[in-house]
Write a protein that binds this ligand. Structure first.
Ligand code: AG3
Length: 281
């Protein structure tokens, strides 16, 4: 018997993967969580039926949510991840030796527990053994309200703006994040597909611009997300991701990254016309 999982990307289009095994399927108080073994993409985690990560292509998303901000900020020491319970973002942050502490604030403890158990290649740094990593199972909004003016970089590693992540796309939240950043802080948030989510992007970037002086969009190719063309919002109090980018520092990094590199850092901020139009002021 052939088993396939399909995530619908629109009413009439979806991505399908052949599945060999269901490793976990359950429900937390927030959402449905499934971890499947696929033939082509390795293990895959779904939240409410949406693909969050696969072992085969997660390096792209996690390189790109972390390294552009950490190589734009000249000296990031305190980094917060909101969401990101699979641990992939924390793993990449730990490759920056200057980071003193990375804090993970994930609302759903089940996501952390099951990632540690079933997705060790991502969750290796969130199993409680690394003193440079602090874990909080808490609502991101509540957490940053209590932790103002503390972080150099805040990464919003969320799911789509439905379910528990809705509040993470609103102006009030961006204002709280602004307050939780130091005076030269940077926020990066995953910002959906320019191809499928023009309306979400329009609102999201309008909300960001109401709060931050520097707001730019950058792109990455992520085969398992809707359309494969994905984006991130770079919102900053001071540093510009292209003008203030120290190319040499990125080129001299002492770790391997399979997607990110110093040329790509700059190229990622160059957008096709339709994507620019989604977020035009
Ligand atoms: N964040 C999920 C991005 C949204 C994917 N959307 C979708 N498949 N419809 C991933 C978290 C990885 N740390």
């Amino acid at each position: 018997m052939d088993l396939w999982y399909t995530e619908k990307h629109s009413e009439n289009v979806g991505i399908s993967m052949k599945v060999s095994e269901t490793l976990f399927s359950g429900k937390s108080e927030y959402q449905k969580l499934d971890i499947l073994e696929t033939l082509e993409y390795g293990r895959m985690m779904l939240l409410d039926g949406l693909v969050m990560v696969t072992e085969r292509d997660e390096f792209i998303y996690h390189d790109m949510i972390v390294h552009p901000a950490l190589f734009t900020h000249p000296d990031p020491k305190q980094v917060l991840v909101i969401g990101g319970g699979d641990g992939g973002s924390i793993r990449e942050i730990m490759k920056h030796p200057g980071v003193e502490l990375a804090t993970l604030c994930e609302i759903d403890g089940l996501v952390i527990d099951k990632s540690v158990e079933l997705l060790p290649s991502m969750a290796s740094e969130i199993d409680g053994s690394n003193p440079r990593v602090k874990l909080h199972v808490d609502d991101g909004l509540a957490y940053i309200r209590e932790h103002q003016n503390q972080f150099d970089v805040i990464l919003v590693d969320s799911t789509d703006p439905i379910g528990p992540a809705v509040g993470l796309f609103e102006e009030d939240f961006y204002r709280l994040v602004f307050g939780a950043l130091k005076t030269d802080g940077i926020m990066v948030a995953q910002s959906e597909s320019p191809f499928y989510h023009a309306e979400i992007q329009k609102n999201m970037y309008r909300n960001l611009r109401a709060v931050y002086p520097v707001v730019e969009m950058y792109q990455a190719f992520i085969p398992t997300y809707p359309s494969g063309f994905w984006s991130f919002a770079f919102a900053s109090k001071k540093y510009h991701p292209v003008k203030d980018f120290n190319r040499q520092r990125a080129a001299d990094r002492d770790f391997y990254s399979k997607y990110y590199n110093a040329d790509l850092h700059l190229g990622a901020f160059m957008l096709p016309t339709f994507a620019k139009e989604n977020i035009a002021e």
